[in-house]
Design a protein around this ligand. Structure first.
Ligand SMILES: [Zn+2]
Ligand SMILES: [Zn+2]
Length: 133
């Protein structure tokens, strides 16, 4: 793949990546939040985006080649960005913790997906932190 320099082509490809991600999320039945992102969560996502900008994120090799493509990150794997084929590298820990308060969510793990354009960010919430979104 070559890097795209034409802004219009980039926008097209970006849009294609976004719809591709939509389809993946549909197929996997992962819930998606497009509405309110609470302040704590937008802070965490900002940190993630900064790490990507600074080149500190650990990006899956399939994503390094040029234009935008659907990609995934999880708050419990800071700095790791995966392509759709490599989401297994984002699998939950043996002992998952709430992404917000850090407590053990027990049996009631609330998994939430927040979509930012072509990036899906996975979040775990315990019962207490989970509120209807
Ligand atoms: Zn990959
Ligand atoms: Zn919590």
């Amino acid at each position: 793949m070559t890097r795209i320099t034409d802004p219009a082509a980039f926008a097209d490809q970006h849009q294609a990546a976004v719809s591709h991600l939509d389809r993946i999320l549909d197929r996997t039945g992962m819930g998606m939040t497009l509405g309110t992102v609470e302040p704590w969560l937008s802070d965490r996502i900002d940190d993630l985006l900064k790490a990507i900008d600074n080149g500190q994120a650990e990006t899956c090799p399939h994503l390094s080649a040029g234009g935008p493509s659907p990609c995934f990150a999880a708050l419990w794997r800071p700095g790791r960005i995966a392509c759709p084929a490599c989401t297994s590298s984002l699998e939950l820990d043996q002992d998952p913790r709430c992404s917000r308060c850090g407590t053990d969510p027990g049996e009631q793990i609330g998994l939430r997906t927040v979509q930012l354009a072509n990036l899906a960010v996975l979040v775990i919430e315990c019962d207490t932190c989970y509120a209807p979104h």
